[in-house]
Design a protein around this ligand. Structure first.
Ligand code: HEM
Length: 344
């Protein structure tokens, strides 16, 4: 209990520090802004500069939308929303999600199998399923990493490395994010087409949620009923489809500024992109925790394609009933398979 209290206090202090760090402009940022303003006033004259800053429209030879406006006044609102609100709030949310799974690991612990494995296997994921899953996992995680670098790299990395290296790092992150983003969209469509049918919610899932997935508190180890996917997996699947589609669509709007998008369109797309990506990243922190360490036997299914009979019975009893006649005997020396034929 004492440990839980200490961890919660430490967590709150760390979250507050992150918020404070982001909400204050650095000394270098402030100095740079002041110098730039002074230079502009000297160069163009105070009245001219005031008009430009106020968003007054001038004339140019460009034919693009808003071509005459040098500084967009509402753009300042976007800048404040993004840099002073979204970016610190997102850091707190992501860091908070990571801390929650760390706490879950130490306070609740992973969900282990209640009975010994039988050694008999059921095929759960085909080669195609696994290729799709791991390609999506790689694409998503590298997009998340490069996206976070674009938002936070200037705070965490830039001050500590030489400018040239920083330039290379951030250029690579930007190019990677821009080019791989559309691939995420394509993978998302494949995932929608391949797994939507088994991800439709049923009455069984309501019971699963009411028992908190049999993962925490008095329900821990109660193994509520589930078909091929349980309620939690279906929720994470639809979270990926819905917010993935929003993130990918807003990303394409930002990637291809060739549809007469105005600055406002780009600002809105940018905020929508950040919010949807944030929801996805936080959601998948929990998915990755459960897949990697939170549930004994889950990862081997997605790696080898096969799960143990005990795992199938305990976590997906309805699915087990449907497929139990396809059980494969483990190739263990000296044991008979289900047809009574020795493997020796
Ligand atoms: C290291 C990272 C990850 C690990 C260890 C992991 C692990 C797993 C495992 C073990 C399963 C199978 C669960 C079962 O058999 O019931 C699974 C399913 C799935 N994963 Fe991941 N995953 C990772 C990353 C991701 C990412 C980044 C995405 C998408 C952005 C993703 C999307 C999915 C989906 C859609 C399913 C199918 C859920 C269902 O309908 O049952 N995974 N993952």
């Amino acid at each position: 209990m004492q440990f839980a209290k200490q961890s919660t206090v430490t967590l709150l202090v760390m979250l507050a520090s992150i918020l404070m760090m982001f909400s204050m402009p650095t000394y270098a940022e402030q100095k740079h802004n002041d110098t730039a303003q002074k230079e502009m006033v000297q160069l163009a004259g105070a009245d001219y500069w005031r008009e430009v800053k106020g968003g007054v429209e001038g004339t140019t030879t460009s034919a693009s939308p808003e071509h005459g406006v040098l500084i967009s006044v509402p753009g300042q609102t976007w800048f404040i929303l993004k840099e002073k609100w979204m970016s610190p709030a997102a850091a707190v949310a992501i860091f908070g999600s990571i801390m929650m799974v760390v706490l879950a690991y130490f306070l609740v612990g992973p969900l282990m199998l209640s009975k010994p494995r039988t050694g008999r296997k059921l095929t759960r994921w085909s080669r195609m399923d696994r290729a799709l899953h791991w390609t999506m996992a790689f694409t998503f995680l590298t997009l998340a990493f490069s996206g976070l670098m674009l938002v936070y790299g200037k705070h965490f990395l830039k001050p500590y490395i030489p400018t040239d290296i920083w330039g290379l790092v951030i250029y690579t992150a930007k190019q990677y994010h821009n080019y791989i983003g559309p691939i995420f969209y394509i993978l998302l469509i494949f995932i929608l087409l391949k797994w939507w049918r088994k991800s439709l919610f049923t009455k069984t899932d309501v019971q699963w949620f009411m028992k908190l997935g049999g993962m925490v508190g008095k329900h821990k180890g109660s193994h509520p009923s589930a078909g091929f996917s349980n309620g939690g997996e279906k929720a994470i699947y639809w979270l990926l489809i819905v917010f993935g589609a929003v993130a990918a669509t807003s990303g394409v709007i930002l990637d291809f500024p060739i549809f007469d998008q105005t600055r406002r369109d780009m600002e809105i797309a940018n905020l929508v992109h950040m919010i949807s990506a944030l929801i996805l990243i936080c959601g998948f922190v929990f998915h990755i925790y459960i897949g990697l360490v939170g549930m004994e036997g889950a990862l081997e299914g997605m790696v080898t394609g096969k799960v143990d009979e005990t795992w199938a019975k305990e976590h997906h009893d309805q699915w087990y009933e449907e497929v139990k006649d396809q059980l494969e005997e483990a190739p263990v020396k000296g044991r008979s398979n289900k047809d009574g034929v020795s493997n020796e």
